[in-house]
Design a protein around this ligand. Structure first.
Ligand SMILES: [Zn+2]
Ligand SMILES: [Zn+2]
Length: 160
């Protein structure tokens, strides 16, 4: 069941947030930027309209220029514990991504798609019956791209 509010915060608790309504989408990104940013295999995020999210506590911002689009991605992180709580995008100023791992209960929302699977790390398994995009969900001009859907769990990048 989707709650009225999502709540979450950073590792140390200095930054807390509330998000109203349900996210526009929740996805896992396997691009190299997300791998570097998290230090892990990918980044699970929920996209909300900017006005639906209220944040308490102060965040610092690191601006990263996307190699794909040339546009800036703004990483908002807790200056005390370093948790990346939220991203904002020069390309989509009306949206804010909340890091799914920072929700008090990450399982309140299901992952709807996986993107940039072509750069997924070895050992990553994509779930069945879920939209999987080799790159972005849409071309740079906004044209939606066609996802793959697998009948069973599928290794994103078979070991060489
Ligand atoms: Zn913190
Ligand atoms: Zn990414």
């Amino acid at each position: 069941m989707i709650p009225d509010w999502f709540q979450g915060g950073c590792l140390c608790g200095a930054v807390r947030y509330r998000a109203r309504g349900r996210p526009l989408r929740t996805l896992v990104c396997h691009c190299r930027f997300c791998q570097k940013m998290t230090g892990s295999t990918g980044y699970a995020q929920s996209l909300f309209p900017v006005e639906a999210v209220a944040i308490e506590g102060s965040l610092q911002v690191y601006d990263h220029r996307s190699e794909n689009s040339g546009k800036a991605v703004h990483l908002h992180f807790c200056p005390r514990c370093g948790t990346t709580v939220t991203l904002m995008f020069e390309r989509w100023p009306e949206y804010r991504a909340l890091s799914r791992g920072t929700f008090d209960d990450p399982n309140q929302v299901e992952i709807g798609s996986h993107i940039w699977t072509e750069s997924a790390q070895s050992g990553v398994v994509l779930p069945a019956d879920t939209d999987c995009f080799r790159g972005a969900r849409a071309a740079l001009d906004g044209t939606p791209l066609e996802p793959a859907r697998y009948a069973g769990p599928t290794v994103a990048r078979p070991s060489p």
